[in-house]
Design a binder for this molecule. Structure first.
Ligand SMILES: Cc1cc2nc3c(=O)[nH]c(=O)nc-3n(C[C@H](O)[C@H](O)[C@H](O)COP(=O)(O)OP(=O)(O)OC[C@H]3O[C@@H](n4cnc5c(N)ncnc54)[C@H](O)[C@@H]3O)c2cc1C
Ligand code: FES
Length: 534
């Protein structure tokens, strides 16, 4: 495939701030798989979930093979903002409604475990990754003195109460101020969550991989796309043997006892895919003079909310990393989001200087708020990790313990909460799921639309769908030199028509969120194949 090389390193044309200190050229190179192999465990996808699970299983003595379609950390882990939070985005009052008080307790316990686990591993392996425990602040979005401000405060107080009931250390402080927030509006007051943390995500994951590389029971293959994973064999009582096979695009097979899909979105047609909604989220990194803004994690009550943290820049400045402005994939305009984040930041932090990095990525929201981590629906030996819900880093780390326990047959209190086979909370969430699926399926109407009337209409570096016959829509990309690539605009997952994302120069599917580089390279599932050349 004549793909843009950037899309082997990352899932968009923009770069996240993490490349400032950890450029793509510093990342490890592994080789593609070129023969059939056998192992105890095959893990598909080298982001924080795959690497964390590999770490836990290798530590427990299992033979592990990690397989990646592109380069390591090319997925959303390389494009995150790196908050490690147990104060979950979906709020404990909502989680308790869907999963009961015990479910909310297990959610808090498991995410807190993950925060501490990252700190423990970073310290044990000596990884220099900016890991530090910090307070998390939740502040009102509206001006003090307004009716909306009072509503925000009430919501924050409910959040503190529900978080305490779930076992977190949280308190309300009516006079909370954040050092460095010297602009308007005056949003004093808010919640303080203890024991939150942050880190440099790619440096951390690379540190764990550096350790894994030295272990005799670990192998990693990159640029090796898995097309399918299936369970094989029969076992009746204690007779017979069940195992898994993963098949690569180049025709090789990995035979294993257990297979784990950590591809961010599992490679399957429907099942959990229809129990999630997908959003594009945006982030910027602005220079601020060192020491002028408090080192903390900050969130406001807006929907979608803005989120803030600090990372290293150079001797004079740090970066203020600000995220938010989420919208449903392919269903709303992507342009203007970075400007919105910049304006929001400048209004509040008047010391903010240049915007050096602007990037975006995709997040998946399960309808009942909790990620799907465990045995896949209909399988006993195939496991999945998906549904980050804005907390995909801690979900990925806690998946390490949960899945390693399941593989070893050890009891784990978190199993029911995260099980992809759970039913109760899904039945309760049926109306939300239906509403989302109706909207997503309406996107099939794009079969009748053309974004451009002629290839001549396209400016260099742009793409658009040309559909002259309303039956064979083509995805047309014109590169910076004016060279044109023509592909089928039909998503290989379930035949919807992709949309051009002008911010990331990618093709995004509005039905289940699959994504492709400008020349058709698949960068995000559930599709497992590239756009075909026209
Ligand atoms: C802008 C942004 C900000 C975020 N901020 C936060 C935050 O502050 N805190 C937080 O907790 N979460 C955050 N998230 C979410 C979090 O970053 C992700 O949920 C998490 O990184 C996902 O990790 P992962 O390992 O599951 O998937 P990924 O990192 O996406 O890794 C999946 C890998 O699988 C590979 N793959 C896919 N298909 C195949 C195949 N067929 N064969 C082989 N390999 C394949 C991909 O190439 C990719 O490398 C944010 C996300 C974004 C986009
Ligand atoms: S049709 Fe399902 S992701 Fe495109």
């Amino acid at each position: 495939m004549n793909a843009d090389p950037q899309f082997y390193h990352s899932s968009g044309i923009t770069d996240a701030v993490w490349v400032h200190e950890d450029p793509y050229s510093n990342r490890f190179n592994f080789q593609p798989l070129t023969s059939d192999i056998e192992t105890d465990i095959c893990i598909v996808g080298a982001g924080i979930s795959g690497i964390s699970i590999a770490y836990e299983l290798v530590k427990r003595g299992k033979e592990v093979v990690l397989v990646e379609a592109r380069d390591i950390l090319a997925g959303e882990t390389g494009r995150t903002t790196g908050h490690l939070a147990s104060a979950l985005d979906d709020l404990y009052q909502n989680i308790a409604k869907k999963h009961g008080k015990s479910g909310a307790k297990f959610a808090a316990e498991s995410h807190q475990w993950a925060i501490n686990r990252v700190g423990g591993i970073a310290s044990e392996l000596g990884i220099d990754c900016e890991y530090r425990l910090l307070p998390g602040y939740m502040v009102p979005q509206h001006e003090r003195g307004s009716k909306e401000y009072d509503d925000d405060i009430q919501e924050i107080q409910e959040m503190v109460k529900a978080s305490n009931e779930a076992g977190l250390k949280a308190q309300f402080d009516a006079e909370l101020t954040v050092k460095g927030w010297d602009g308007k509006p005056d949003q004093r007051g808010g919640a303080i969550f203890q024991g939150q943390a942050t880190f440099h995500p790619t440096k951390y994951c690379k540190g764990v991989l550096a350790w894994l590389k030295k272990q005799p029971n670990f192998r990693c293959y990159t640029r090796t796309r898995i097309l399918s994973v299936e369970e094989k064999g029969v076992k009746v009582l204690s007779l017979g043997h069940k195992y898994c096979q993963a098949h690569t695009e180049s025709g090789n097979t990995i035979q294993c006892e257990h297979a784990i899909e950590t591809t961010n979105v599992p490679l399957q047609k429907l099942s959990v895919i229809v129990q999630e909604a997908w959003y594009r989220t945006y982030a910027i990194a602005m220079r601020i003079p060192k020491g002028t803004v408090e080192d903390c994690l900050l969130y406001d009550t807006a929907d979608p909310y803005k989120y803030v943290r600090i990372t290293r820049c150079d001797d004079q400045d740090d970066y203020l990393v600000v995220g938010g402005s989420d919208h449903k994939v392919g269903q709303e305009e992507a342009r203007g989001r970075f400007e919105e984040l910049e304006q929001w930041t400048r209004e509040r932090f008047t010391q903010a200087k240049t915007v050096d990095y602007r990037w975006s990525g995709q997040i998946f929201e399960p309808v009942d708020y909790m990620a799907f981590i465990g045995r896949n629906q209909g399988n006993e030996r195939i496991y999945i990790v998906t549904g980050d819900s804005g907390n995909g880093l801690t979900h990925g780390v806690l998946a390490g313990k949960l899945i390693a326990d399941l593989v070893e047959g050890k009891p784990n209190d978190w199993e029911g909460l995260y099980s992809p086979k759970r039913v109760g909370s899904m039945v309760q969430s049926a109306p939300e799921m239906l509403a989302h699926d109706v909207k997503a399926n309406m996107q099939y109407k794009r079969f009748l639309k053309s974004d451009i009337q002629d290839i001549e209409d396209l400016a260099p570096g742009c793409g658009g769908v040309l559909n002259p016959t309303a039956s064979k829509p083509m995805a047309i990309y014109k590169d910076a030199n004016g060279q044109v690539t023509k592909m089928s605009a039909i998503c290989p997952h379930m035949q919807a028509v992709v949309c051009w994302n002008p911010v990331e120069k990618s093709w995004d599917c509005p039905v289940h969120g699959s994504r492709f580089g400008p020349k058709g390279l698949c960068v995000q599932g559930p599709a497992n194949a590239n756009l075909s050349q026209a």
